[in-house]
Each structure stands twice: as structure tokens, then as C-alpha cells.
Design a protein around this ligand. Structure first.
Ligand SMILES: Nc1ncnc2c1ncn2[C@@H]1O[C@H](COP(=O)(O)OP(=O)(O)O)[C@@H](O)[C@H]1O
Length: 336
């Protein structure tokens, strides 16, 4: 791609020999797609937050789901900022703000989401296998400590250093976040991306183990109940795999493109056309990751009985308002 064709905005000419980022598509298509995500995500997550606010923290499962709602709301805010910045409606200072803070928070929330989906899978496994009895699931202190630890570690390892090390003075032509980083900033950015790859693949492996076991259980119960209640069993089976489906749709494509893209940012890959192709691939798969804010509510509806009940009550599918004392522990979750 000829770099002169790529300099489509009102920017200063690029330094010779540098690859100019092609934003002709990302500037138009993605802001539209992100706007839809923002509107849907904000509505769904505000409703989910309002419902979860009234559900007590009686199991680790509920604690994980509440964390997912907070993470999704935070991601939704960063989506709005990215939309304004990418569309060119904001100033170049906004692009610098995105590079320094908002994009970093987006990634942090994405990986907290990934870890939480892993924890939810393990939680479902423990609920079915009961290797430590039922008490483990109700050990809410464990759930709270674990989630605080995850937020703290992710903030101090991935987010804060990337914010601090995006320390070059931005110019009006800032298009690439990597151009705002010095050598140490780029190294940290690269290291964080490898760490995040490890997080993704570890959670994937964990989910594979958990759902292999869950599948076996579901198949056994399906065989046992073949003559009685086929439809109910099939429905339960479908519910279990909603977590896997959300995880794959949202996060798998991004992680296939992220490593080569990071290499292109750190200068290992110098071909300009390849760099722009990878940028497009990264932006497209990143949008898929952001759809997580809209797909997570499906997990609440499919797997959390008390949430489902309160939602339907709220939507007036039932005339009676749910009483707070109905949120007793034995009604909190669907079996799987
Ligand atoms: N996994 C991550 N965790 C935290 N911050 C990240 C992660 N990946 C990238 N970042 C930071 O987010 C900002 C935007 O990164 P990136 O999307 O790679 O840049 P660009 O918008 O130029 O393609 C940068 O400051 C970068 O260091």
C-alpha cells in the first residue's frame, strides 16, 4: 500500500520510510459498529447491575457474575471513548488519552473478563463434581478475596505500567499508540501481551478440562433420563455451554491475531502492507472481544436462576414483584 494514499486525515506528512497507518476503514466502519455495541451494552449492563444490586452475595458464582457486570460496564465506557476517538470527532489529545488510559483499561477489563469466565467454569465444575462438598461454593470470602486479588494484580501488572510508560509527548499526527512509547514502554507492552496470551490459553485449557467433565455428566444424565424428560435435559445441556460459546466467539479470534500484530508494533515485522493488514485484523477481532459486553448477560439469564426470575419480574412477565427474601441460597443457580 502506498503510504501517500494512506495519509487521509489532516495530518503532517509522515517521516520518510515510516509506515503510515491506514485508518480509512477503521475511521468509518468501526465507530458505527462500536456505537451499536455501546448502546446495547450500556442498556443490558445497567439493567443487569440494577438486578444484581438486589441479589445478596450468597455464593461464589454470584460474586463472579457481579464482577463480570462491573467489568462490562467499565469496558462499555472505554468503548464510547474509542468510538469518539476513532471516528475523528475527538481531538488528537483524545487519541493520546485513549492510548494512555482508555485502551489500557479496555484490555485490563478484557482479561479480567477472561479470568472470570474461567472461574465461572471451574465453579460450575465444582458444583457438579462436588470434590469439596457444597460448602466450597458458599465460601464467599474466598470468592471476594480472589476477585480483589485479580483486579489488583491486573491493574498493577498490565494497566498501570502501560499508562506510565506511554510517556512521549503526543503530536497532532498520533495514530499508533506504540509511537507514544519509549524502548522500555514497548518492551513492557510486548511482555504484557505475552502474559495476556498465557492467561487466555491457560483459561482455555482449564475450560476444556471442566467442560469435558461436565459433558460426560450431561451425557450420562441424558442417557439415564432418555425415557423421561428429553427436552428438559437437552435444554440444560445447551445452557452449560453458553460460557464456552461466549468465550470462543469473543476472545478466540483476537488471540490468533494479537501476537503477529504486537510483533508489527515492536518493529520485528517491517512490511507496511502486512502491518496495515494486521492492524485491520486486530481491530476487527477487538470489536468481537467487545461484543462480550452484550453477550455476558446471556450467561446471567441462562445460568443464574434468581437473575432470570428477577429479570422476568422486572419486564413484567409476571405480575407479582419478587420479594427480597425469595433470593434464598437454594434458588440461586440452575443446576448447571
Ligand atoms: N493486554 C494489554 N493489557 C494492558 N494494556 C495493553 C494491552 N495490550 C495493549 N495495551 C495498551 O493499550 C494501548 C493501546 O494498545 P494497542 O491497541 O496495541 O495500540 P494501537 O491502538 O496503536 O493498535 C497501549 O498503551 C498498549 O500498551
Amino acid at each position: 500500500m502506498n503510504s501517500s494514499h494512506l495519509n487521509i486525515s489532516n495530518e503532517l506528512p509522515p517521516p520518510s520510510g515510516k509506515c503510515v497507518r491506514d485508518t480509512s476503514i477503521t475511521q468509518v466502519v468501526f465507530p458505527c459498529l462500536y456505537s451499536i455495541l455501546f448502546a446495547v451494552g450500556l442498556t443490558l449492563n445497567c439493567l443487569a447491575a440494577w438486578i444484581f444490586f438486589r441479589i445478596p452475595n450468597s455464593t461464589t458464582f454470584i460474586i463472579y457474575l457481579k464482577n463480570v457486570v462491573v467489568v462490562d460496564l467499565l469496558m462499555t465506557v472505554t468503548i464510547l471513548i474509542k468510538t469518539i476517538s476513532d471516528s475523528g470527532l475527538g481531538s488528537w489529545q483524545l487519541k493520546a488519552f485513549v492510548c494512555r488510559y482508555s485502551a489500557v483499561v479496555f484490555y485490563m477489563t478484557m482479561y479480567i473478563s477472561i479470568i472470570l469466565l474461567g472461574l465461572i467454569s471451574v465453579d460450575r465444575y465444582l458444583k457438579i463434581a462436588k470434590p469439596f462438598g457444597r460448602a466450597f461454593i458458599h465460601n464467599t470470602t474466598f470468592g471476594k478475596v480472589l476477585t480483589v486479588l485479580i483486579w489488583t494484580l491486573m491493574f498493577f501488572i498490565t494497566a498501570l505500567p502501560n499508562m506510565i510508560l506511554t510517556n512521549k509527548t503526543p503530536s497532532a499526527s498520533v495514530k499508533k499508540c506504540s509511537s507514544l512509547k519509549g524502548p522500555l514502554g514497548l518492551k513492557w507492552h510486548e511482555a504484557v501481551n505475552y502474559l495476556c496470551q498465557i492467561i487466555f490459553w491457560t483459561v482455555l485449557a482449564l475450560m476444556a478440562i471442566c467442560y469435558t467433565f461436565i459433558s460426560k455428566k450431561v451425557y450420562e444424565s441424558y442417557k439415564n433420563s432418555r425415557s423421561n424428560d428429553k427436552r428438559a435435559t437437552r435444554k440444560t445441556k445447551a445452557r452449560v455451554f453458553i460460557v464456552v460459546a461466549v468465550f470462543f466467539i469473543c476472545f478466540a479470534p483476537f488471540h490468533f491475531t494479537r501476537v503477529p500484530y504486537t510483533l508489527s508494533q515492536t518493529g520485528t515485522l517491517s512490511d507496511c502492507r502486512a502491518q496495515n493488514t494486521l492492524y485491520m485484523a486486530k481491530e476487527s477481532t477487538m470489536w468481537l472481544s467487545a461484543t462480550n459486553t452484550c453477550l455476558d448477560p446471556l450467561i446471567y439469564i441462562f445460568l443464574c436462576k434468581v437473575f432470570r426470575k428477577m429479570l422476568f419480574d422486572t419486564l413484567r412477565l409476571k405480575s407479582k414483584t419478587v420479594q427480597t427474601n425469595e433470593t434464598s441460597t437454594n434458588a440461586e443457580e440452575t443446576p448447571m
